[in-house]
Design a protein around this ligand. Structure first.
Ligand SMILES: C[N+](C)(C)CCCC[C@H](N)C(=O)O
Ligand SMILES: O=C(O)CCC(=O)C(=O)O
Length: 490
């Protein structure tokens, strides 16, 4: 029912996390398509090469209201369209079909195509906003013709003066919904890790991250996207330099703990982080509806004492173990919401909306992929909404979860040093610390998840352009205001 993120095992890991890509073909056979509709063959005489895709067991394609939705699994990546080997297109009363090869057809509803026209009259090339009124499209709109052209599918619509839309082939593949195709973004691979990450923790140099060309900044954020955390070495051990580093990503997310924090064990804020106590592996802000995306820490000093080591655990790695070894527990952690609160300050009492909270393991409702871990057993509120028959099972499930979290195979302990900043994806990697004594000064900040993902998307357009950007950059009026109007994110 739920799927682990697309992962590649880190060499030397004790366990290989396999991501099974079931290929599902909705493709109606070519003969069926050719019988029922007008066919337009590409201008070139040459037919498309016949590429057959292994069609292994297909996930159930339908889901009833009572069952959890089955998620479209992605057909493996199609090759880019070549000008001398254009797709076959056909249309019937409702849809245009595009034959990528004899086994893989995509079907697009006429109304869907018209709604997604990106000509300058329908789509503002600078603001990337829709300009025309979707609701003026006749429900039964049918194109005058749909043709295969070198740079895409050309559709001519009936109107006073004919309206022509062009849909680049790579864009049609990326946005194919029947069947889903090419959904994974180029930089979208995650590498799950256990304690062995200590052999080569992802690290970038401060001067690279601060360099104006943003290449080092991209490397830093790409590390975070891939591993869920990254160190930055060579940072001046001052709050000012740390704050400046944080704002290289985006503006800091201010909370009841302030904007940029510079804290020690003086209970200046009503939270055990402001004590010398050990903190078990947790994610922050489980009491917010939207927990912060990133969390930066920089140990500025620790004198007259010992301890205060930092703990990191890859929540996605531990979840993949739970999924394999304890599937029932995984399912309960994915279904039962957990309430939380931050109530240590007289002036604030935070609880998420809805107050019942969110499950420990959060999934993408379309793909079924694990996208968020929310776990802080210290901040957890009363479990007063759980059905009686699940109480003991849920406690068994969190006991197994905790056992996996605290396993030596999962834990990565590191003693932070002044000059090394760590940034953690708070939706994936749990952090904690050992107890300590003496004077310990830590500074850092939260960055919002949307801000982090926005910066990564902008940098990825620049340093790792995807197939759509690469294949459409020569189409006139496509690259405006530094952004491709066909970007996969729009
Ligand atoms: C602001 N600073 C990061 C120092 C402390 C945040 C408090 C941590 C809180 N118990 C939580 O889990 O969200
Ligand atoms: O003091 C530390 O090393 C980390 C504290 C912590 O876990 C937090 O502030 O969320």
């Amino acid at each position: 029912m739920f799927k682990s993120p697309a992962v590649r095992p880190l060499l030397g890991l004790t366990r290989r996390c396999q991501f099974t890509a079931l290929s599902l073909s909705h493709a109606t056979s070519t003969s069926q398509i050719l019988q029922t509709s007008r066919i337009s063959y590409p201008s070139q005489k040459q037919k498309r090469t016949i590429t057959t895709y292994p069609v292994r067991s297909a996930a159930s394609a339908t889901a009833t209201a009572t069952q959890s939705p089955s998620y479209p699994v992605e057909v493996q990546r199609l090759p880019d369209v070549e000008a001398d080997d254009l797709p076959i297109t056909s249309q019937d009363g409702k849809m245009v079909a595009v034959g990528w090869d004899t086994r893989t057809w995509s079907r697009y509803h006429h109304i869907w195509l018209r709604d997604h026209c990106r000509c300058p009259k329908c789509f503002h090339a600078v603001t990337k906003q829709r300009l025309f009124n979707t609701f003026e499209i006749p429900k039964d709109i049918v194109p005058l013709r749909a043709e295969s052209k070198d740079n895409g599918l050309k559709v001519t619509w009936p109107s006073k003066e004919p309206h022509v839309s062009l849909y680049p082939w790579s864009w049609l593949q990326r946005n194919s919904y029947d069947p889903p195709l090419n959904r994974r973004l180029a930089y979208d691979e995650k590498i799950l890790w256990g304690s062995r990450i200590q052999q080569a923790p992802p690290t970038v140099a401060y001067e690279d991250v601060m360099a104006a060309d943003d290449r080092g900044l991209y490397k830093w954020l790409h590390n975070v996207h891939t591993f869920g955390f990254s160190f930055v070495s060579g940072v001046p051990a001052t709050p000012e330099a740390t704050e400046e580093l944080a704002t290289r990503i985006a503006f800091i997310r201010e909370t009841q703990y302030g904007k940029f924090w510079d804290f020690t064990s003086d209970l200046a804020k009503g939270d055990t982080a402001y004590t010398t106590l050990a903190l078990g592996a947790h994610t922050d802000n489980t009491y917010f509806t939207d927990p912060c995306g990133l969390q930066l820490f920089h140990l500025l000093s620790h004198t007259e004492g010992t301890g205060g080591a930092t703990l990191l655990v890859d929540g996605f790695y531990v979840a993949s173990i739970m999924k394999e070894l304890h599937p029932e527990a995984y399912e309960l952690l994915s279904r039962i919401p957990v309430p939380a609160h931050a109530a240590g300050e007289e002036s604030s009492l935070y609880t998420p909306a809805p107050s019942s909270g969110y499950p420990v393991l959060g999934h993408d409702t379309i793909t079924g992929e694990l996208v968020q871990v929310r776990w802080n057993n210290d901040d957890r509120s009363v479990m007063n909404h759980i059905s009686p028959d699940l109480v003991e099972k849920w406690y068994d499930a969190i006991r197994l979860w905790n056992k996996c979290l605290t396993s030596p195979d999962s834990e990565y302990w590191v003693q932070l040093q002044p000059g090394t900043v760590i940034v953690v994806d708070n939706h994936r990697v749990l952090h904690g610390r050992s107890s300590f004594n003496g004077k310990r000064r830590m500074c850092g900040a939260y960055i919002g998840g949307d801000e982090y993902r926005s910066k990564l998307a902008v940098l990825s357009e620049k340093f790792a352009p995807d197939a759509i950007v690469q294949s459409t950059k020569d189409i006139p009026d496509t690259q405006v205001n530094g952004r491709n109007i066909w970007s996969a994110a729009l």
